[in-house]
Design a protein around this ligand. Structure first.
Ligand code: NAD
Length: 471
């Protein structure tokens, strides 16, 4: 992978040369936007933010377009780098995931002003930036969280300092360099997006406490969201999920089966929205499993289920307790996980499925791997009740396959999630095969839902009394 990094470094150096940037604006290693010290990164982004406020909206649109273009050009390289560095997921799926975020994260068009006019004149509501945002990003969607957040945050006029996950620090630094080249090429300031080369939990805490950071946007598990919420700053918190998928007797079973395998095995289940447990009405349970097997699922039985549970669960979850998965197997291929219990499955296997009872640890734990528990229940109402319980009140994501509009509506209301997908794979909720825009920061704990440029803006009202209304 050294060649790939070399490739990116070369591009960055060429841009630096062609831009004639003052040497003071670049760090020693000539990786644009990457600093060895957090305070330096924040100070550099603060200067960039001030320059950015003087730049026109037209230039801002060009910057976003160039971020999309550059990220697309380097998508395959970045996907392979992320896979190699983190050991998570499938690089082919990461290309699709990145394309979705690059193309469908809203840009400057998302912060259009609103106007009100009446007998008293005109009121204008515009969306202003917060300033320098601190963004903490996960290992699981390491590349696209940075790209997608950068698009939304810069489109809203902000600068951003990223504290990436330590296990994705190299690929993250490469993205930051690429984003800087794209921004500079399109007429923006250097260091509008920055990061540090050795991010840690300590540097994340430093970022949260820095006085020049206006707000924190935190994407990760429960610990980081909790820590950020205690920082005293405004937080947009995107936390964990444990998305259930309910299938009832009215569903189109072959389609439901394919959608579940496709969604749950996408990037080996590392995305927070992926289906994590299936709850199926007993009259269609056998058919659902048979159909899932036609689309790349392999069913574990008897002792294999016991062995796989002992392998991949290190803290068994249960009602009211989230549990924890064994990190060694997070984001690994299904055949690799099967091999670890002495089972050879075809390398084309996308998902290991196993029928378990409702109290089984796999149902209550966010495994983030292609091991899918299936629970058989007597009717759809029981399925919905269990789905609400095992989602732990995260209010993140849930799916349902049904043609009964009353039950679809019942479950949508009962789950009360940021994303609810009816009759589709989980990624339809992020705009792939479903209507709408994409984001990889889904803020359930703080309520913003699927974030976008307007989420990263402050609303400002300007009222002009008596005049300027033209009718
Ligand atoms: P993680 O929580 O281990 O790490 C996320 C980030 O937080 C990293 O940058 C890490 O260094 C930092 N961090 C972790 N603990 C911290 C603490 N106590 N103080 C300060 N910083 C801390 O998560 P991960 O394994 O990289 O990602 C998987 C988790 O993130 C899953 O739970 C998944 O559901 C969640 N996630 C949620 C979303 C969403 O949009 N809601 C998106 C992606 C991932």
């Amino acid at each position: 992978m050294d060649n790939l990094e070399q490739n990116i470094r070369q591009l960055v150096e060429e841009v630096i040369k062609s831009m004639n940037l003052p040497s003071t604006s670049i760090n020693k290693e000539k990786k644009l936007g990457v600093f060895s010290n957090l305070n330096m990164a924040v100070e550099a982004s603060d200067i960039a933010f001030k320059e950015f406020t003087k730049i026109s909206l037209e230039t801002r649109k060009k910057i976003i377009a160039n971020i999309r273009k550059t990220s697309s050009e380097y998508n395959e390289i970045l996907s392979k780098m992320a896979h190699e560095e983190t050991g998570l997921g499938r690089w082919e799926d990461k290309i699709i995931k990145n394309t979705l975020g690059i193309d469908k994260t809203p840009g400057v068009e998302d912060i259009v002003p609103e106007t009100y006019t009446d007998d008293n004149g005109l009121t204008l509501i515009e969306r202003a930036p917060f300033g320098v945002i601190g963004s903490i990003t996960p290992s699981t969607n390491s590349t696209i969280t940075i790209i997608s957040n950068a698009i939304g945050m810069v489109a809203a006029g902000n600068a951003v300092v990223f504290n990436p996950h330590p296990s994705a620090k190299k690929v993250s630094a490469s993205i930051i360099s690429l984003l800087n080249t794209a921004i500079i090429e399109a007429g923006g300031p250097v260091n509008l997006v920055t990061c540090i080369d050795e991010p840690t939990i300590e540097s994340a805490k430093e970022l949260m406490a820095h006085k020049k950071i206006a707000i924190m946007v935190v994407t990760g598990g429960p610990a980081v969201v909790k820590t950020a919420m205690n920082s005293g700053k405004k937080v947009i918190g995107a936390g964990p999920g444990n998305p259930p998928v309910v299938v009832d007797e009215t569903a189109n079973i072959p389609k439901a089966a394919k959608d579940i395998v496709d969604g749950a095995s996408f990037d080996n289940n590392v995305i927070c929205i992926c289906e994590k447990e299936v709850i199926v009405v007993e009259s269609v349970a056998d058919r659902l499993k048979e159909e899932m097997k036609k689309h790349g699922a392999f069913e574990l039985t008897g002792d294999q289920i016991k062995k796989i549970t002992e392998l991949v669960i290190c803290d068994p979850g249960g009602p009211g307790h989230e549990g924890a998965a064994e990190k060694t197997y997070v984001g690994k291929n299904a055949d690799f996980i099967a091999k670890a219990i002495g089972l050879n499955v075809p390398s084309t296997t996308r998902l290991l499925i196993c029928e378990v009872d409702r109290n089984h640890p796999l149902v209550w734990t966010e495994q983030l791997m292609p091991v899918m528990p299936i629970v058989r229940v007597k009717d759809v109402d029981t399925a919905i009740d269990l789905a609400v319980d095992c989602e732990h009140g995260f209010r993140h994501t849930a799916m349902m396959h049904s043609l009964n509009i009353e039950k679809l509506t019942k479950m949508a209301k009962a789950m009360n999630c940021s994303i609810f997908i009816k009759n589709g794979p989980s990624y339809a909720g992020l705009g792939k095969g479903g209507a709408g825009f994409a984001s990889f920061t889904i803020a359930s704990p703080t309520g913003e839902g699927v974030t976008r440029a307007r989420t990263f803006s402050r609303e400002r009202r300007c009222t002009l009394v008596d005049y300027l209304r033209i009718i």
